[in-house]
Write a protein that binds this ligand. Structure first.
Ligand code: BGC
Length: 516
């Protein structure tokens, strides 16, 4: 592929020149396609579990409660642990897979982990589409989870290593964009398959995941390994050629290459990346790697993404209207992600985090107030005026839009760019694992929590958004425009984190004079 130049950059201080070549752009976009399979699964299951034929076949007791018994408390209609296990089992499997994926990406490369992930995912899709009983459904979901776990760990890493740092943010957000497109496609497919007569529409919905899976397998064959990985294997000349190609033929890559080699040498000295993560000097990265994905899920986004149809039915919508409304939230999610592509490398990560947090806080609180006013604590079903339902859906859309501009993409981007090479792979695994564990808890717990806490659940999400916004203000440094190999300087100059990074590798304190 030609290394034609699209954009050039260069700035003051320690900087590695690099162009946004066709090579890097296409490679990153292709890698990000893997996000599609993740997105499709995020979007598909909650909606399938609201479809009457699916419920009738696998979860008859929920079906009876939901469709036949109108006296049921609205908040508790879908409260079944096995039903939610269908949605949540995927995230538990993803969690485990992402941990093994770190070993795979470190030893065999980022590419193989993307490829294997796609293949396993394909098997899971087939099991789900042909399911005859709950076991087939759950085993299929577990395979899907393993398939998602490998690439979710390796793709953000892959993109961060390939992209010139000026464009790293925007390119990484492409991964996130594919997740949102996957969710939207799932929403639209569900809307269509729900209208199919003959009770098999849900099989089409679940089987539809084969399309992004095949795409992911093919795209993983197309991408090549990152220079960082080639250097790690000792293939220096190939790595240098690769770096030259991805940065542009006319670019002086020597400085960046030398630093990559130095970082890799340092990596070879690291025998135990996992225990290194616990070192005091890596405390800032470790804390952010745990808290950012954890907070991302505490926004309550997946209560909407997974259970929007159930939620909309709970507040009185009919089946098609519910699926239609969740397709609208899916569309808003995609549209708002464009804004974050524009903004991450222009306005910075912090401004987006904080701005998005404030807007989410407002509309999450509004949703709590609207649902609380209408259903109170009893959850007694009432007739909803159209205008009232319209306001609820609008508030949910604005909440989703704010998430999609901020915590959605940044919850993946910021953790992927803060680790030094020696702990990068293990660190990224922690990010995925925490994200998946929190996603699992939300997926498994949301419907039961709704039944128990009623509208106060949304108040709790709003409080979490407030806490995480304050956390960003005080503890998350700006990482825009900082080369990934130079990231240590953000900790050294941070008012709080600087006390953790002034130790050498043996844990001895470095005096201020030595640091200079
Ligand atoms: C989150 C997912 C969420 C999705 C919604 C992603 O960034 O990690 O949990 O479902 O955004 O678009």
């Amino acid at each position: 592929m030609a290394s034609g130049r699209i954009l050039t950059h260069g700035d003051a201080g320690k900087d590695y020149p690099g162009n946004l070549t066709w090579d890097v752009l296409i490679t990153c976009v292709v890698a990000a396609m893997v996000g599609l399979i993740f997105g499709y699964d995020l979007g598909i299951s909650g909606e399938v579990t609201s479809m009457a034929p699916f419920l009738r076949e696998f979860f008859p007791s929920v079906y009876r409660k939901e469709a036949v018994d109108p006296s049921t408390n609205q908040y508790c209609k879908f409260n079944s642990q096995i039903l939610t296990l269908f949605t949540s089992s995927l995230y538990l499997a993803t969690l485990v897979a992402s941990i093994f994926s770190s070993i795979l990406t470190q030893n065999l490369g980022r590419k193989i982990s993307m490829f294997l992930g796609g293949l396993i995912f394909l098997c899971g899709t087939l099991l789900n589409a042909l399911a005859q009983n709950i076991s087939m459904l759950i085993i299929g979901r577990i395979l899907l989870g393993i398939g998602v776990g490998f690439p979710t760990q390796s793709v953000p890493l892959f993109i961060s290593e390939m992209a010139p740092h000026k464009f790293r943010g925007a390119l990484n957000v492409c991964f996130r964009m594919c997740i949102t497109v996957g969710i939207l496609v799932a929403n639209v497919v569900n809307y269509g398959t729900n209208m199919i007569k003959g009770n098999w529409g849900w099989r089409l919905s679940l089987g539809g995941a084969a399309v992004p899976a095949v795409l992911a397998v093919l795209s993983s064959l197309w991408v090549s390994e990152t220079p960082n990985f080639l250097i790690g294997r000792g293939d220096y000349s190939k790595a240098k050629r690769k770096l030259q190609r991805i940065r542009g033929a006319d670019v002086d890559i020597q400085a960046e290459f030398d630093d990559m080699v130095a970082a890799s040498e340092a990596l070879k000295q690291v025998k135990h990346p996992w225990s290194n993560l616990k070192m005091r000097k890596h405390r800032p990265q470790l804390v952010l790697a745990i808290l950012i994905p954890f907070f991302q899920q505490l926004t309550g986004i997946n209560a909407v993404m997974f259970y929007a149809p159930e939620l909309f039915k709970t507040i009185g919508f009919g089946s098609n209207a519910s699926l239609g409304s969740s397709a609208i939230t899916g569309g808003v999610n995609v549209a708002a992600t464009f804004l974050s592509i524009y903004g991450t490398d222009r306005w910075g990560r912090k401004k987006l985090f904080i701005g998005g947090g404030i807007v989410m806080l407002v509309f999450q609180s509004a949703v709590a107030a609207l649902i609380g006013t209408k259903f109170g604590f009893s959850g007694a079903a009432t007739d909803l005026e159209k205008s009232y339902s319209g306001v609820v859906v609008s508030c949910i859309c604005l909440f989703v839009a704010a998430f999609a501009c901020s915590w959605g993409p940044l919850g993946w981007l910021v953790p992927s760019e803060i680790f030094p090479l020696e702990i990068r792979s293990a660190g990224q695994s922690i990010v995925v694992a925490v994200n998946m564990l929190s996603t699992f808890v939300i997926a498994q717990g949301f419907l039961v929590a709704l039944c128990f806490a009623k509208y106060l659940l949304f108040v709790a999400f709003a409080v979490c958004v407030l806490v995480m916004t304050l956390f960003v203000i005080f503890f998350v440094p700006e990482t825009m425009n900082i080369p990934i190999e130079e990231m240590s300087r953000v900790w050294r100059t941070h008012w709080y984190w600087k006390r953790y990074v002034d130790e050498d590798d043996n844990g001895a304190r470095i005096s201020p004079i030595e640091m200079i």
